[in-house]
Design a protein around this ligand. Structure first.
Ligand SMILES: [Cu+2]
Length: 457
């Protein structure tokens, strides 16, 4: 049997015993970089190791490493973090190195990787390297393949990144709680040659979901399915950064789903090909065009397309309640119900009460009701033409002529060419036939409706 000590014999000066880094060894731990805010950090070129084209993590960053005798060493710190979900709302989450999701880890196929994981959570944890092929004892399943990482301790994972692709990391310890609190991160293994599968812009995002009651800061960790915040990299629109592309760029969007439901992701103005899955790259001849791809729980997809249409294009989950902010769902449909008199009576008891919904909920995006502190409205984005009627799991693909290769700054709203925007008809309005009002009975027609009482007649 190979002991952990034998396994780490090649680790140079590192003193590693029984998987726990000793006090002596701690002096040589790689520095644990930390991010203080949720601003997208355009990727620097790799300072050492084999070259690759780095990815861009929306509202996130990639973890620096150090080379130690040809081993790429990273240091992840599992810890409580405060994440801004969008301006106006912060959440107490658990994550890694200051943020949730944790930093993206980028390596090259064939790299030997050593990851130090320090547990600063109030309970034990582990990390599973989702999608990797690695020695069984590095797979991160508490109890099954390793002992849990106790509070305050540091464990070491080490394996070779065997194949290029799109992966994730997350705990397999007190899983429902730790995932509900935001413990997850992205992992990209780049191909050996940067010329293989090369794109001009490579975006990564994790889909996540939280259940945070209006006015509170901490997710409810026992929620199974009925989450109320649908986020990309733990940010809700308009807090989610846009994706920039120069017209003609080949763009890749890599998505991992660590929520408890599927998300049909939909792109506007373009068609993409699904180029990669959790299992690897799809041969070119087997790819087919799509404008929506359903991403199941625990799945990853890499979509590729040529950004050939200038504009501001929505990229969003097609479940309409996933492009909304926090809301109660136990409200009756009020379309067509005259609530004026009722509202007056209720106002005597509840001064802030507002009757809503008789003409749809669209007015929600233009009016601002008093909300509890630290609560996002259902829809909050402001566009060049007014309020944007979506929120949640939505971002904007901004395609522009002549952007510089490494320019990830928001270019502002698209300037539409004259005559290319939908406009109001101001010509003659002839009387158009209309369907009869659903509320009015036709005179002379009698309805005789009887509720069945039993099956005997
Ligand atoms: Cu969704």
């Amino acid at each position: 049997m190979v002991s952990r000590r034998d396994f780490f014999m090649g680790a140079g000066a590192l003193a590693v015993g029984a998987g726990v880094v000793s006090r002596v060894g701690a002096a040589s731990l790689p520095e644990a970089a930390s991010a203080a805010n949720a601003t997208t950090q355009p990727p620097p070129s790799p300072p050492n190791g084999r070259p690759f084209n780095p990815v861009v993590t929306l509202n996130g960053w990639s973890l620096p490493w150090r080379m130690n005798n040809n081993v790429k060493e990273f240091h992840l710190v599992a810890e409580p973090v405060v994440r801004e979900i969008a301006p106006g709302m912060k959440a107490n989450l658990w994550g890694y190195n200051g943020q949730s999701p944790g930093p993206t880890i980028e390596v090259v196929e064939g790299d030997r990787v050593r990851i130090f994981v320090t547990n600063r959570l109030p309970e034990e944890t582990s990390i599973h390297w989702h999608g990797q092929r690695l020695p069984n004892g590095m797979d991160g399943v508490t109890g099954l393949t390793q002992a849990a990482i106790p509070v305050g301790k540091t464990y070491v994972y080490e394996f070779v990144a065997q194949h290029a692709g799109t992966f994730m990391y997350h705990p397999h310890a007190d899983e429902m709680v730790q995932m509900a609190m935001g413990m997850m991160g992205f992992w990209v293994t780049h191909p050996k040659s940067p010329a293989v599968q090369q794109v001009d812009r490579d975006y990564v995002m994790l889909l996540n979901a939280y259940d945070i009651d209006p006015g509170s800061f901490t997710p409810k960790v026992n929620t199974m399915l009925d989450f109320n915040l649908w986020t990309i990299n733990s940010r809700a629109f308009p807090g989610i950064a846009p994706m920039m592309a120069r017209k003609g760029d080949r763009v890749r969007i890599r998505v991992g789903n660590l929520t408890m439901t599927n998300h049909p992701l939909h792109i506007h103005g373009h068609a993409f090909e699904v180029a990669g899955t959790d299992g690897g790259w799809i041969p070119k001849a087997a790819r087919w065009p799509e404008v929506t791809v359903d991403i199941g729980v625990g799945q990853m997809r890499a979509m590729e397309f040529i950004a050939d249409a200038p504009g501001d294009w929505a990229f969003h989950c097609h479940k309409s309640h996933h492009t909304m902010g926090p809301m109660g769902h136990q409200v009756p449909t009020m379309l067509g119900v005259d609530q004026k008199d009722l509202a007056k009576k209720i106002n005597k008891l509840v001064p802030d009460y507002m009757a809503m919904g008789e003409n749809g909920m669209e007015s929600m995006s233009s009016m601002h009701m008093p909300l509890p502190d630290n609560t996002l409205p259902m829809m909050d984005g402001k566009g060049p033409f007014g309020p944007i009627g979506m929120g949640g799991m939505l971002t904007v693909l901004k395609v522009r002529d002549g952007l510089a290769r490494n320019d990830y700054r928001d270019p502002g709203w698209y300037q539409h060419p004259k005559g290319s925007v939908a406009y109001e008809w101001d010509g003659a309005m002839p009387a158009a036939p209309a369907a009869p009002s659903s509320g009015a009975m036709q005179p002379g027609v009698e309805f005789n409706v009887r509720k069945p009482q039993s099956h005997s007649h």
